[in-house]
Design a protein around this ligand. Sequence first.
Ligand code: SF4
Length: 370
Amino acid sequence: MHLYIHVPFCSRRCSYCDFAIAVRRTVPSSAYLSAVLREWALWQREPVWDESPAVETIYFGGGTPSRLDPHAIAALIEAISRVRKVLPGAEITLEANPEDVTLAAAQAWKSAGVNRLSLGVQSLDPRVLAWMHRTHTDAQVPLAVERIRQVGIHNLSLDLIFGIPAELSRDWPMDLKRVLEFGPEHLSLYGLTIEPHTPLGRWTERGQSRPVDDERYAAEFLEAHAALISSGFEHYEVSNAAKPGFRARHNGAYWRRAPFIGLGPSAHSGFGRERRWNVRHWANYERLLGEGGNPVESRELLDNSETVLEELYLGLRTLEGAKRDLLPLEESAAWERAGWAAVSRDRILLTPEGWLRLDGLVRSATLVGT
Ligand code: SF4
């Protein structure tokens, strides 16, 4: 079993972000803890544990989990371990923003059992950070990395965003180079998407910002791919690269379609064909659990074609690819001729050029057996 715990609190909304967050100057850590513990208790009655009784990974995502009182992180890990077996060597990840990584906080996370940190760097260019409405400075990144290393956390992932509007003249190779100099074990690369109802969405609508063109977006992605390979990383999933032995085990569970439980507002859960998700807003989530209710907003059972589509999409995201027999032979052969895929006897693997077209390829795919 894999556990995801969504911590929705942020000190400010980033200009591009449409996640389910709650902007709070002061984080209500104890109210959050008691709500999530109630939800955790509800999950103990679910038959999903029969087939997957032990916890392999725990992932605190957000929002900004590093803003939560570290005692609440410790209490959650402790509460999970009290009723379920957490496997020895389980991966326990916490997402952190650089400004929250004090030495005391890093020590507290480590003592709580966190053994992997995912740091939201996004860029090291002060102008870009200001444009993104990030709440950290470029100078806080090396300090955070140093403190994480100092407390003995040896599995560090850094997040970077590419595909930023050309008007910012961001020096992408320089950002990549500087981030790699920190010596992370893992790097996540996200292409900027423009969502309506975000500051960036509004700037774009008013013509104050122009989306990056496809050529520049592709060039930055391919540049990152080349830089990562030459620095000894495996680009093992469309948005993720790792040094050997440091692939993200929690995210790997999603791509393998292993069972996972999501706790917290807007968290999703998936096991077998069932998918369910919680109410999006923190206030609703807290109220429902406070009234003794259930925070699930909705659930669905995937039918055969949705299952195949999910398997194809998630498989193609990874270096292991998808089963070849999910697609007609002539279709995968056409992808191969175009340079978008490599097709072996039983797998279809997308190339970096193919990853750039992932959504379009899956959308137009003719699925076999549905
Ligand atoms: S810190 Fe992360 S979750 Fe919070 S607003 Fe920024 S991008 Fe969104």
